[in-house]
Design a protein around this ligand. Structure first.
Ligand code: SAM
Ligand code: CA
Length: 246
């Protein structure tokens, strides 16, 4: 039976992100977290997550169920050499660092070192800071620099892209040559709070409306890119996994 209190018009925005998922029920999401995610979450990831919850931009953080997915993927493909674009306080970064073998490496870019340094003491406590090479600044020039070196092409096992959505296509055009054939790229937030399927007259929060077109353009581009196989998962805010095949 329909819930009579359900709003007639759905407003896509922060509320959709508040439970960090596209599941239709907060209770079901809580069930997943409490049953399968929190009992397995590394104590330093928990500490980093709880610290980030106090930060004004905490809506940007990777949710813990998605962190668990990243961990699983990295271990499944035996990743050793990884790249991350968009670090914030480091939940995905620490998930990656913990999943990598002791000699694993992460090259991580973010325009804001202050956010990274909030999480760094916890990453150090986890004993994995030596795996991370953090570079402060816009990611595009760093990627262009990497591409100038022929020895860097096709060397990354795993790439996680979680930064400025307006540049995702620009990132893809570069990252595709940096990841190995058989390697994996994860593009985050590809369902953009569900707004990619919103009707023309839907009420969207400004920042959702502003960037929605870029996300939709990326989704169409990835679907027709013959260099990759793709799988878009409704985990977190949507993550599209791309396996490079040529
Ligand atoms: N992966 C992070 C986590 O697990 O919490 C969340 C990343 S947050 C959604 C996006 C990050 O991208 C912010 O920390 C922001 O500073 C960074 N960013 C924005 N524009 C960027 C750019 N042009 N190059 C690199 N980083 C950028
Ligand atoms: Ca994200």
């Amino acid at each position: 039976m329909a819930n009579e209190e359900e709003p007639k018009h759905h407003v896509f925005g922060l509320k959709d992100l508040s439970h960090k998922t596209l599941l239709q029920s907060d209770a079901l999401y809580q069930y997943i977290l409490e049953t399968s995610v929190y009992p397995r979450e590394h104590e330093c990831l928990k500490e980093l997550r709880e610290m980030t919850e106090e930060h004004p931009w905490n809506v940007m953080a990777t949710p813990p169920d998605e962190g668990q997915l990243l961990t699983m993927l990295i271990k499944l493909i035996n990743a050793k050499n990884t790249l991350e674009i968009g670090v914030y306080t480091g939940y995905s970064l620490l998930s990656t660092a913990l999943a990598l073998p002791p000699d694993g490496k992460i090259l991580a870019f973010d325009v804001n070192r202050v956010y990274y340094e909030l999480g760094l003491p916890i990453i150090e406590k986890a004993g994995v800071a030596h795996k991370i090479d953090f570079k402060e600044g816009p990611a595009l020039p760093f990627l262009d620099e990497l591409l100038k070196d022929e020895n860097k092409k096709g060397t990354f096992d795993f790439v996680f892209v979680d930064a400025d959505k307006e540049n995702y296509l620009n990132y893809h055009k570069r990252v595709i040559d940096l990841v190995k054939v058989g390697g994996l790229i994860g593009y985050d937030n590809t369902l953009w709070a569900g707004s990619v399927a919103a009707s023309h007259d839907a009420l969207l929060m400004d920042y959702i409306k502003l960037l929605r077109g870029y996300v939709m353009e990326l989704n169409i581009y990835l679907a027709q890119d013959s260099r990759i196989e793709i799988c878009q998962l409704p985990v977190g805010d949507g993550i599209t996994l791309c396996r490079r095949i040529i």
